[in-house]
Design a protein around this ligand. Structure first.
Ligand code: GUN
Length: 283
């Protein structure tokens, strides 16, 4: 029987710490950390994320601005908004929710957000800093995974860590963060041969491939720590991760549920980055 890593409880604990620090910040400097969230178009999943981000800002006592732009927004209009927010004294972090409608260039937006306000840590400047282990902003989802491990007392040093998924948002930065903690890291993806065999080597398995219930008990070593980054909808509408919880849980030593595992941590790390950005602005 695995111990369930409660992402909601750990997230609440960290948000409380952020709230206290935000209150101290406000009493010292007379203004609150501020986050701007931009959403273009009417993607339903993105709207839920954006609503949750605004709520989280309220919860920790941040100032927030939300920009809900129509799907017909032009690149020039979006660029002009980013420029305005880059110049705003009230805003310390800017997040443009991805994906954008197809006629807009995501890379152009990522490059345009000032690196010191890039709380997603998507700008190549911040990606490079993550690579060398000298970062101001943590990539939100991978940092959430690291916080879950740390607060559950799981040491990464010397462990076989297998990350399945190589996206710029999760897989690649996740591998770097595990490496910085001295894990022995293997990154797998859709072309990996003998995936099950590689997964069975893992002391710590991070599942981030976006396929519902893909990882089954036979792919997991006895006693492994299993972190499920997946967020998929089953045909019946139920939310599920990349891990088949029923067959993996009996073999694992620790496991994150979906929902209630990694998900709540991502936004918490965004709050952490916004606080860091605000603190950096007064240095
Ligand atoms: N879309 C899905 N996840 C994310 C995220 O972490 N940041 C942004 N900007 N867009 C996303």
């Amino acid at each position: 029987m695995a111990k369930i890593i409660d992402g909601k409880a750990i997230s609440a604990e960290i948000r409380n710490e952020i709230k206290q620090q935000a209150a101290e910040f406000e009493s010292k400097y007379g203004f609150r950390p501020g986050l701007a969230v931009i959403i273009v178009g009417d993607d339903a999943a993105s709207q839920v994320y954006v609503r949750n981000k605004r709520r989280a800002c309220e919860e920790v006592g941040f100032y927030s601005e939300a920009y809900e732009l129509p799907a017909s927004t032009t690149q020039e209009e979006l660029n002009a908004l980013v420029d305005k927010l880059n110049a705003s004294d009230k805003i310390h972090g800017i997040l443009c929710q991805l994906p954008l409608p197809r006629h807009l260039d995501e890379n152009e937006v990522i490059l345009r957000i000032a690196p010191h306000k890039d709380v997603d840590a998507f700008h190549p400047y911040n990606v490079g800093k993550i690579m060398i282990g000298d970062y101001s902003f943590l990539p939100c989802t991978p940092a959430g995974v690291m916080a879950l491990l740390e607060r559950s007392g799981i040491d990464v040093c010397g462990k076989e860590c297998v990350v399945v998924g190589r996206s710029n948002i999760v897989g690649k930065p996740q591998a770097m963060l595990l490496l910085h903690k001295s894990g022995t890291v293997t990154v797998c993806h859709s072309k990996t041969k003998n995936l099950s065999e590689v997964c069975r080597r893992a002391d710590i398995l991070v599942a981030a491939i976006g396929k519902a219930d893909f990882f089954t008990g036979d792919m997991v070593k006895d006693g492994a720590v299993v972190i499920d980054v997946g967020m998929n909808r089953r045909p019946d509408g139920k939310l599920t991760g990349d891990v088949d919880f029923a067959s993996v849980e009996p073999k694992a030593s620790y496991i994150t549920p979906v929902p209630g595992g990694v998900g709540p941590m991502t936004i918490t790390m965004l709050m952490q980055n916004t606080l860091t950005a605000a603190k950096n602005s007064v240095k």
